[in-house]
Design a protein around this ligand. Structure first.
Ligand SMILES: CC(C)(COP(=O)(O)OP(=O)(O)OC[C@H]1O[C@@H](n2cnc3c(N)ncnc32)[C@H](O)[C@@H]1OP(=O)(O)O)[C@@H](O)C(=O)NCCC(=O)NCCS
Length: 156
C-alpha cells in the first residue's frame, strides 16, 4: 500500500451540512461511534474540523482537533472504508499539523488504540512518539481497552 500523493484530494472546512455524511462514515468505521450531536457540538464550539473529498464527490473522510494552553489535540481522524489506502488520512493529518503550527501549538497530542495498526503506522510516519498509556480509555467488545498517548513536537 502506498499513501503517495493523490492530487485529486481536497481538504476543506467541515460545514453543518457535511455532518450527515460524516456520521455515516463514523458509524461504518468505529464500534463505538460519536453521535451526530457530538459533531454538531464540535462545530458549534469552534473546534478545528475538516472534511476531505475528491472534486464533485461526497465526503470521504474527516478530522477534528482542538487547541488549549498551547497544546493541540487530534480528536478524531477517519476515512471511509472505500477511500482508504489513497493518502486521504495523510492529507488530513498534514492539515491538522499545519494548523497547529500556524496557531503556535507546542505539540500535537492524540490517543490511539494499541490494536489500531493502520493508525499507529500513519502516526509513526509523521513523527509521533508514544508518551504514555491511558488505562481503560476506550470501550470495546470485552470491556475497556487502554489508549496509547502519542505526541509530536510542532515546529513553528
Ligand atoms: C487509520 C486510517 C485513518 C488511515 O486512513 P487511510 O486514508 O487509509 O490512510 P492513508 O492512505 O493516508 O495512509 C497513510 C499511512 O497510514 C498507514 N496505513 C494506513 N492504512 C494502513 C493499513 N491498513 N495497514 C498498515 N498501515 C496503514 C501507512 O503508514 C500509510 O502510509 P504508506 O501507505 O506510505 O505505508 C483509516 O484506516 C481509518 O479511518 N480507520 C478507522 C478510523 C480510525 O481508526 N481512525 C484513527 C483513530 S486514532
Amino acid at each position: 500500500m502506498s499513501a503517495a500523493a493523490d492530487d485529486l484530494w481536497q481538504v476543506r472546512r467541515m460545514r453543518p451540512r457535511d455532518v450527515e455524511a460524516v456520521v455515516a462514515i463514523e458509524r461504518e468505521s468505529y464500534s463505538h461511534p460519536w453521535s451526530e450531536r457530538i459533531f454538531r457540538d464540535c462545530l458549534r464550539v469552534g473546534y478545528w474540523a475538516w472534511v476531505i473529498d475528491r472534486t464533485g464527490r461526497s465526503v470521504a473522510g474527516y478530522a477534528l482537533a482542538s487547541i488549549a494552553v498551547g497544546e493541540a489535540h487530534l480528536l478524531n481522524l477517519c476515512v471511509a472504508e472505500h477511500a482508504r489506502g489513497s493518502g486521504a488520512a495523510a492529507r488530513l493529518l498534514e492539515t491538522v499539523i499545519a494548523q497547529a503550527s500556524a496557531e503556535r501549538a507546542g505539540e500535537l497530542l492524540l490517543e490511539v488504540r494499541p490494536s489500531n495498526h493502520a493508525a499507529r503506522r500513519l502516526y509513526a510516519r509523521y513523527g509521533f512518539e508514544t508518551r504514555g498509556r491511558r488505562p481503560n480509555y476506550y470501550p470495546d467488545r470485552h470491556g475497556r481497552e487502554d489508549a496509547l498517548l502519542l505526541s509530536k513536537v510542532i515546529l513553528i
